[in-house]
Design a protein around this ligand. Structure first.
Ligand code: PHB
Length: 393
């Protein structure tokens, strides 16, 4: 064989193998900067850890992650990034997204382009109704705040609600108030504060003057949660006998060391705690610490991304890397895992939202470190309560 013939043969063989080696492209949009820009990296770390542990199970199919920074709650930016990823980069899937307004802006693009969109955080109930191509592996605020309101009504007579003035805050306020009032509690006041840099002292003084038994708070997890905690203590709301409660966003695991002892005793309801004793969680946290250092801890954004990757891997395996949007949605709707780090989970095929347990937790010291200690499973296999209620209307 002449040199030319050999090289042509080698090239042809190379081209054939390249064509066989499928690559699944995931357009991953999250927040690496701006408000709560600390959350995006938790999502990405979970995705990369999952890829590292499991990529060999894909039979040669490669997963390519195209990461983009939506710069915080910025729907225009998120829409533009999603458009580019779909049109120019031809991604097979969209994934990620911390903030509700961004997910809402991306929904029409998923629909028009028929690109399955796996939401790993954004938690306002209505989002998943905005595109048949959305599946959500995170949570809704209704899932945590409605059982929280019911629980609180059994222990306390009066409550005040303070939430960030955007989708998930509105959901938290409505869900908590409904649960609390149905149980016989009285809401003394509701306040919605700006998403960015609210004047905490002014709002919390108003709460203090109203003298409720409990204050229910939702703010986006991360540094904002620490700001609330510090102001709550500086203004002596704790000493005035007001108990701070909320969905788990206010005691997000990675911020506990920054909050300090003011967080002790804060009671929350949520689907994930890094301190949970479940063996699947112990394995997850151990692998995380091995990869990212003993001081690093996964949080609820990380577990949503981890479980999302598990669902995506099932889809990729079942289709041997040839992602058909309709088949992908069928597979995602049937996804379940009895052994997620957060306990048993499933996707509700009717709503494409996650079904999961909600745990009552209290911040306590474990081995000298603050931890969200799970006290009891408050509700099992919880479907998004808002959608369940809409059905009955
Ligand atoms: C949301 O925008 O839906 C969101 C953001 C931060 C959270 C929870 C929900 O902690």
């Amino acid at each position: 064989m002449s040199f030319l013939k050999i090289s042509t043969f080698v090239l042809a063989a190379f081209a054939a193998s390249a064509a066989c080696a499928q690559t699944v492209k995931i357009g991953f949009i999250t927040s690496y900067s701006g408000l709560n820009g600390n959350l995006g990296p938790y999502m990405e770390r979970a995705v990369r850890l999952y890829l590292k542990q499991h990529e060999k199970e894909l039979g040669g199919v490669k997963v390519e992650l195209l990461t983009r920074d939506d710069t915080g709650p910025n729907p225009d930016k998120a829409r533009q990034l999603a458009q580019e990823l779909v049109v120019r980069d031809k991604v097979n899937l969209l994934a990620g997204v911390i903030f509700t307004p961004n997910a809402m802006a991306m929904a029409p693009i998923a629909t028009e382009a028929k690109v399955p969109f796996v939401i790993m955080n954004a938690g306002t109930s209505v989002i998943s109704t905005r595109s048949p191509y959305i599946v959500r592996t995170s949570f809704t605020l209704w899932q945590s705040s409605y059982p929280l309101g019911q629980w609180a009504s059994k222990k306390y007579k009066t409550a005040y609600s303070l939430v960030s003035d955007f989708g998930p805050g509105h959901d938290c306020e409505e869900a908590f108030s409904k649960g609390f009032e149905e149980g016989g509690g009285k809401i003394l006041g509701k306040v919605r504060v700006p998403l960015q840099n609210p004047d905490w002292a002014a709002y919390l003084q108003r709460v203090k003057d109203a003298k409720p038994d409990v204050l229910n708070v939702f703010i986006p997890a991360g540094k904002t949660a620490t700001a609330v905690m510090k102001n709550f203590s500086d203004l002596c709301l704790d000493k005035a006998g007001i108990k701070l409660i909320g969905p788990g966003d206010i005691t997000t695991d990675e911020e506990l060391p920054n909050m300090g002892d003011v967080a002790l005793g804060v009671t929350t309801v949520h689907h994930y705690s890094a301190a949970a004793e479940r063996p699947a969680n112990r394995r997850f946290v151990e692998a995380w610490k091995k990869e990212y250092g003993a001081a690093s801890t996964p949080n609820f954004a990380a577990v949503a991304a981890w479980d999302a990757m598990d669902a995506i891997f099932q889809v990729v395996r079942a289709q041997k890397g040839n992602i058909d949007p309709e088949r992908t949605m069928e597979l995602l709707k049937a996804y379940r895992n009895a052994d997620s780090p957060r306990g048993p989970i499933a996707i509700d095929p009717e709503t494409r939202d996650i079904v999961q347990n909600e745990y009552l937790r209290e911040v306590r010291k474990v081995g000298g470190q603050l931890a969200n200690v799970e006290l009891e499973t408050l509700a099992t296999a919880v479907k998004d309560p808002w959608k369940e209620m809409q059905k009955k209307k």
